[in-house]
Ligand binder design. Structure first.
Ligand code: F6R
Length: 609
């Protein structure tokens, strides 16, 4: 959450910083700011409420010049979104600082600093850091030493970057719990929360470790570990084949990403065939780990958690492996009893989600036999901290609402089910069926995408509604949850998902002619049970929107609208039906006029707790 870009160069850096912020805007977009040290060693500052385009306007009206600078796009935690609370924060008219994360002991530090005479202008937790740094500079420390002293006093998570007019060529930065990467240039160096922000200026990166402090200037780059010792960190070349973040003719990234799914699913599945042994797509040593696995614990957040919920059905039904699934924010703080020989599986599109990362890091030393992450971002913190890695090949996902990342996660989880099932309960024939289904998946998804106009027609009915209910049974229940999450996050319509059998235990009271009820209803073993539940809804005046294949036998009639889905193999139905629900929320949001790609209050990469 929040994006940081910084540069120490021999050329003007304002445009580099702004371009970096545009690329990082998915991390937060309620305010943005930038500070430069100009040639006369003055601090120049812009801070704006709103998206990065507001900062661009301010820069166009009053251009800031300078070769050393920091910039930030914010997702508010402490203090409302406003220009005053936007970063950079200033101390002593000489220092400017940007921060990503949460300083948990900010209240105590604030009191101490006020007692020392510091005046606070913002409601943020961040402002304590810049004043602390200033106090250490006043004691005669150089900027680097002041940062090292400061971070010793901070509790919580941070990526920090600071400029100081007394050290006009330098940026000093530090990280703990929030990502930060150095971009190595020729005669210039950069920093950012994500290497994507810097692909315009370099292809060489250093991913900083927990507790690192770094000092960059145009000609130097020094990294110190948590104990203050100088360290060398590995340099990574990231291919110049930069993924271009353009809309490719679509109106929104979300729509583009929904339509990219056939290719993304095929690329993700292809990894299993491209390597010598099927398990190799999970990383070196996977086969030996999988031989020992007797249970699986999945931990994730949001949409990725829903992927985990689907996987539980596959792992237990197909592979015969007991599986628990939990949201990371609960799992990380719970006293747990873990079965012997359990594999910890984390799922995270970004690989940076703070709760999921903490769940991995807090796992007991002997609690799990190994950790496996399913992620879309190579080199992310979860990827670097896990024993085994499955990389989804979704390509960059820019829309805040996750679409292709979710469905490719499901492919990874089905491949994991195959890997574990092969060692146990799964017959050769069943394995073959699953492989054939996965091969055909891109085609079924393509057929679903072709239902776009029909789904758009259905979506109109949701516009005036304030609530919607999503129902599913069995493995389609988590798909109903995912459908409800998509609808609420981008259209702001309150949507809840229930396993349809639970309706009569309470939620049925909500049903009236103002409550649209979406049913995920493919022909499967639970169809007849689901149909009875839907009858209960109909007889209470509820209006049904049924996503079902022809074999399920639904017919459109008064207050029942059937969306005819392709008939596909059972095992991939959760993936195929998801795509239809993604299109439903997209069209509802579009007609409601919300910001589909950047819904209010949200950010793509949730790096704070
Ligand atoms: C919803 C969505 C979020 C994320 C969640 C976890 O569309 O995108 O619910 O799934 O914040 O993010 P990752 O997968 O990056 O850990």
């Amino acid at each position: 959450m929040c994006g940081i870009v910084a540069a120490a160069a021999r050329r003007e850096v304002s445009e580099i910083l702004l371009e970096g912020l545009r690329r990082l805007e998915y991390r937060g977009y309620d305010s943005a700011g930038m500070a430069l040290v100009d040639n006369e060693h003055n601090l120049q500052l812009h801070k704006q409420q709103g998206k990065v385009c507001e900062l661009e306007k301010a820069q166009a009206m009053r251009p800031l010049l300078g070769c050393t600078g920091i910039a930030h796009t914010r997702w508010a935690t402490h203090g409302e979104p406003s220009a005053v609370n936007a970063h950079p924060h200033i101390s002593g008219q000489r220092l400017a600082l940007v921060h990503n994360g949460i300083i948990e002991n900010h209240a105590a530090l604030r009191e101490q600093l006020i007692a020392q005479g510091y005046e606070f202008t913002s409601a943020t937790d961040t402002e304590v850091v810049v004043h602390l740094l200033h106090s250490f500079l006043l004691q005669g420390n150089p900027l680097l030493a002041a940062m090292q002293e400061t971070v010793c006093l901070l509790e919580g998570a941070y990526a920090l970057a600071v400029v100081d007019i007394e050290h006009p060529d330098e940026v000093v930065a530090a990280r703990k719990g929030s990502p930060l990467v150095v971009g190595v240039g020729i005669g210039e160096n950069f920093l950012a929360s994500d290497q994507l922000a810097l692909r315009q200026v370099t292809d060489r990166f250093i991913f900083l470790e927990e507790g690192d402090v770094v000092q960059i200037s145009p000609s130097s780059l020094q990294i110190f570990d948590e104990s203050g010792n100088p360290v060398e960190r590995a340099r990574t070349m990231i291919s110049a084949a930069v993924e271009v973040a353009d809309l490719g003719g679509f109106d929104h990234y979300m729509l583009k990403e929904i339509h990219e799914q056939p290719r993304a699913l095929a690329a993700t599945f292809a990894q299993s065939a491209a390597l010598p042994a099927a398990d190799d797509c999970f990383g070196a040593g996977a086969a030996a780990v999988f031989d020992r696995v007797r249970a699986v614990q999945i931990v994730a957040c949001g949409t990725s958690f829903h992927a985990g919920m689907v996987a539980r059905y596959w792992l237990e039904e197909l592979a015969g492996i007991p599986c628990q699934v939990e949201v990371a924010s609960e799992f990380r703080y719970r006293k747990r009893v873990t079965r012997p020989d359990t594999l910890l599986v984390t799922i995270s599109q970004s690989g940076e989600t703070a709760d999921t990362l903490a769940a991995l890091r807090n796992a007991g030393a002997d609690e799990f036999i190994a950790s496996l992450v399913i992620s879309n971002v190579d080199n992310s913190s979860l990827v670097r901290d896990s024993d085994l890695v499955f990389l989804t090949r979704a390509g960059m996902e820019i829309g805040v609402a996750s679409t292709k990342a979710f469905t490719t996660q499901l492919v990874g989880l089905l491949l994991l089910t195959l890997a574990l099932g092969r060692r146990g309960a799964m017959t050769e024939q069943k394995q073959q069926e699953v492989m054939v289904a996965l091969q055909g998946l891109p085609d079924y998804v393509q057929q679903t995408l072709e239902l776009d106009s029909a789904i758009e027609r259905l979506s109109g009915a949701f516009i005036p509604r304030h609530h919607a209910l999503f129902l599913g049974r069995g493995i389609q229940y988590p798909i109903a949850m995912e459908g409800a999450l998509k609808l609420k996050e981008i259209s702001y319509i309150h949507a809840e998902a229930y396993p349809a059998g639970e309706l009569k235990h309470g939620p049925l009271a909500l049903v009236d002619d103002d409550m649209p009820v979406v049913a995920v209803a493919p022909s499967d073993d639970l169809l007849e049970k689901l149909k009875s539940n839907l009858e209960e809804v109909r007889s209470r005046g509820g209006e049904l929107y049924v996503f079902a294949d022809r074999q399920a036998g639904f017919v459109s009639e008064a207050r029942v609208h059937v969306l005819p889905m392709p008939h596909c193999p059972e095992v991939i139905k959760p993936i195929v039906y998801t795509v239809a629900l993604q299109l439903l929320s997209y069209h509802v949001a579009l007609q409601k006029g919300t910001d589909v790609d950047k819904p209010r209050n949200l950010a793509k990469s949730v790096t704070v707790e």
